[in-house]
Write a protein that binds this ligand. Structure first.
Ligand SMILES: Nc1nc2c(c(=O)[nH]1)N[C@H]1C(S)=C(S)[C@@H](COP(=O)(O)O)O[C@H]1N2
Ligand SMILES: [Mo]
Length: 245
């Protein structure tokens, strides 16, 4: 109750301040409560901060919508081209038997997991929609292990604030805060619609973040880094860091 009314107070404060005296003032309130996204600078910074701070206060525990089996899209669209990276091609030729997910940074037990390791943990499935920022999307069943399960095995240290995740094959990376990293619907997926996750959709391993836009669901994930700051990891760019839907 106490934390709820505190949350309500901060959120109301943020919204009122944003309305009355501008986004920059609201951003100051957010800062006092540690609710600052890494893209808080620049012209869009105060807006990004207001979005992130209010979403975090209001929807930290909310669930992404789940669908019925008969709503699964018949012909899901795979965006872009599968990796041409020679190392990836070698893993693929070997049925990804040698694929590993490395976990490092602020964890008590850095190490790595094979796909067989990940498949041996309790599986979670969800029928959710992947929505691209360009407007298209599809509904699929995703099968995998909750990210929180793997993070707990690695032993996240108390000062962890973010999980950065990397795709070596196409040199992409992104990050989420601990609210999304530990969220029950955030999955390291190895299966889709009953089969193995197809390579064009991110196989053998994809981080599914169903509470955010499609670009946060990184394909071909092979490394996680737990960190207290994104200073060394967030390069900016045209996308918002927080893409809650
Ligand atoms: N590694 C990697 N992950 C990625 C991308 C990418 O180019 N590389 N594109 C993102 C974008 S913009 C979207 S909308 C979705 C598309 O998922 P799909 O290919 O399964 O349709 O993947 C996201 N994950
Ligand atoms: Mo996208």
């Amino acid at each position: 109750m106490r934390s709820l009314s505190r949350r309500k107070l901060i959120t109301t404060g943020l919204a009122t301040t944003a309305g009355v005296s501008g986004l920059a003032a609201a951003a100051k309130i957010a800062e006092r409560h540690g609710l600052i996204p890494p893209d808080c600078g620049g012209i869009y910074g105060p807006g990004e901060t207001l979005t992130y701070a209010s979403q975090r206060l209001l929807t930290r525990h909310s669930l992404a919508r789940e669908f019925q089996r008969n709503q699964i899209s018949r012909a899901p669209f795979a965006n872009g081209k599968p990796p041409v990276d020679p190392t990836f091609k070698r893993f693929e030729a070997g049925g990804f038997a040698d694929w590993r997910l490395a976990v490092d940074g602020l964890v008590a037990r850095p190490g790595s997991f094979s796909l067989a390791d990940l498949r041996s943990y309790p599986a979670s499935r969800q029928i959710t929609q992947l929505t691209c920022e360009e407007g298209w999307g599809f509904i699929a069943e995703w099968i995998g292990v909750p990210l929180h399960h793997v993070l707990k095995l690695a032993g996240i240290l108390p000062h962890a604030n973010y999980v950065v995740y990397f795709s070596a094959p196409d040199r992409w990376s992104d990050s989420v805060d601990m609210a999304d990293a530990l969220h029950p619907q955030t999955l390291l997926t190895y299966g889709m619609n009953g089969g193995d996750l197809p390579v064009p959709h991110g196989g053998p391993l994809r981080l599914r973040v169903p509470r955010q836009l499609g670009y946060k669901s990184l394909k071909w994930v092979n490394r996680l880094t737990v960190t207290d700051s994104l200073d060394k990891f967030w390069e900016g760019g045209s996308y918002s860091w927080y893409a809650g839907i």
